[in-house]
Write a protein that binds this ligand. Structure first.
Ligand code: G4P
Length: 527
């Protein structure tokens, strides 16, 4: 096998998703700990506490103790090279999350055993389902009072319309949590007092048929209950089917406790076996095979201000095929220019490190002097591929911002345009007017806070903002002149290309507008 193939085959790139507080950070941290990438727990995220957080880059994040931006981490485990894409848990950031998921080949969904599916889990799952990527479920916090496991699986199946395959089965929960039954190995892995620590620990095994040892370990009552439950899941649950798993139709479910290091190894080992190596990606014409020797990548995220001291802007790209070499000149398809990617870097647990090479499946961050846009393709010179674009979500929150200092007109326009180019906001203007007043559309209100703080710190511009009542946006199709339309409580705006859009405050307003303007044809945003 060629070295290139070997390197790519051992790569696994996944996104980790959850509702805030389910234990995503703790689990990520344990992965890094087991992979030897960090030495002690508690070093990934300090939340609002004094501990320093890897993924909390921006001031707002630090203040609020939430992770707004997605970060990328790489570590090695059992010969595999694993890339974890952290997704922002905040409800405002579904668009950013969607882009992150475009760069992943599978997802790990963390669920709090006491809560089951929560609003953010639901949103994120929907986004994963749009891509049919495999979803691995980790039901966390079994050391606490939890919901009935049958109930939890039932909820996943009914709400998400997928099958579930419990890889292990919990023996009680909370103070009575005794461990899990591993269905593949057909043995009990016991959880004891020794697990209630923060360090890496081994589990004690016991065969389900070893009645004597089991009675001693979990008591006759729980043994009996376990035997019955295992019979039930063996008989009634979905069959194990790797093809279904790989197409996102069947989710392998693991029960454990991230905080107590219980079930982490089992999860990692099974996950690495079942998850696919880097998957091909589509261009407008063809499918690009990851093992193809010609390098290609696409930008899925642009992030400014990652390092205050350097005022840098980083474009994150997912390598789709071949090998990246730091000294080679590549081609930026959308910009039509050859370029060397400067300061290519990867996140290695706590530090960013400049890298010399990377392979399909890897995520690299490169310094962006303002030339990249989300969805751009970078490839070998003379090799013209163009990956399918990354769809944008329709903004649901609108505000009108007005510059307060006419001396800073240029900075205001520059800041607005650049931040819009990153895909963090959508901007519109009133027809036939300039950039003094801008209508900003975002998916969630937190982005407006980010905008304000970035305009101030990066462009030294302040503005007045006026919240707008609109929640829906539609594009006007064809050559209808908006001036001839009968519009009540509807705002007509244009994007930078001069395309006409209407902003509405409710579905009723859309219907009403359609009734009064029989020839009007509207399209969803982004279509
Ligand atoms: P998130 O990234 O999904 O938001 O969750 P995070 O890992 O920060 O975990 C949220 C809280 O749940 C943390 O407690 C964490 O310690 C706790 N937790 C995570 N996994 C488990 C588990 O398996 N069992 C139990 N009992 N708790 C778990 P916290 O008090 O909010 O923060 P901290 O002070 O412990 O860091």
């Amino acid at each position: 096998m060629s070295d290139l193939r070997k390197e790519i085959e051992r790569r696994r790139t996944f996104a980790i998703i959850s509702h805030p507080d389910a234990g995503k950070t703790t689990l990520t941290e344990k992965f890094l700990l087991y992979g030897g990438a960090i030495q002690s727990a508690g070093s990934v995220k300090g939340k609002a506490s004094d501990k320093h957080a890897v993924s909390d880059w921006m001031e707002i994040e630090k203040k609020r103790g939430i992770s707004i931006t997605s970060s990328v981490m790489q570590f090695e485990y059992n010969g595999y090279c694993i890339n974890i894409l952290d997704t922002p848990g905040h409800q405002d950031f579904s668009e950013d999350t969607y882009r992150t998921l475009m760069a992943a080949d599978s997802a790990v969904m963390v669920i709090d055993a006491a809560k089951g599916i929560e609003p953010q889990t639901r949103k994120l799952f929907k986004v994963c389902a749009m891509r049919d990527i495999p979803i691995f479920t980790f039901i966390n916090k079994m050391d606490r009072e939890a919901r009935d496991p049958f109930d939890l699986l039932d909820e996943l199946e009914k709400e998400f319309g997928i099958g579930t395959y419990p890889m292990n089965w919990p023996i009680s929960c909370g103070v009575n949590f005794k461990g899990v039954f591993d269905r593949k190995e057909r043995r009990v892995i016991s959880y004891g007092d020794s697990h209630r620590g923060r360090d890496r620990l081994a589990s004690i095994d016991c065969d389900l048929t070893d009645t004597e040892k089991l009675d001693e370990l979990i008591g006759p009552y729980r043994r009996q209950e376990l035997v019955e439950q295992v019979e039930l899941i063996d008989g009634a649950s979905f069959d194990f089917d790797l093809e279904q798993i790989r197409h996102g139709k069947l989710s392998p479910v693991f029960f454990g406790s991230a905080l107590n290091n219980f079930g982490i190894e089992t999860f990692l080992e099974n996950f690495l076996e079942m998850a696919t190596s880097p998957l091909p990606r589509h261009t407008e014409e063809e499918e690009v095979d990851p093992f193809d020797e010609t390098f290609s990548a696409f930008v899925f995220k642009i992030q400014a201000n990652m390092n205050k001291a350097h005022r840098d802007r980083i474009a994150f790209m997912r390598i789709v095929s071949g090998r990246f070499d730091r000294n080679t000149e590549y081609f930026h398809v959308q910009g039509g220019k050859a370029l060397k990617l400067s300061q290519p870097q990867q996140m290695m647990a706590q530090e960013r490190e400049v890298i010399n090479e990377a392979y399909a499946g890897d995520i690299i961050g490169v310094f962006d002097p303002g030339i990249f846009s989300i969805g751009d393709t970078i490839c070998e010179k003379g090799h013209r591929v163009r990956f399918e674009g990354i769809p944008t979500f329709a903004p649901e929150v609108f505000t009108m911002v007005e510059q307060t200092d006419s001396m800073k007109r240029k900075q205001f326009a520059k800041g607005m345009n650049q931040i819009a180019q990153e895909g963090a906001i959508q901007i519109f203007i009133e027809p036939e007017s300039g950039m003094e007043r801008v209508y900003v559309g975002v998916v969630g209100v937190l982005q407006l806070e980010v905008l304000e703080s970035r305009m101030k710190s990066e462009y030294n511009v302040t503005y007045r903002a006026y919240a707008q009542p609109y929640t829906l946006i539609r594009r006007i199709v064809g050559d209808t002149d908006p001036k001839t339309l009968h519009l009540y409580d509807v705002k007509w705006v244009q994007d930078f290309r001069g395309q006409n859009f209407l902003l509405f405050s409710s579905e009723w307003h859309i219907r009403h507008t359609m009734e009064y303007n029989k020839d009007l044809v509207l399209a969803e945003f982004g279509e």
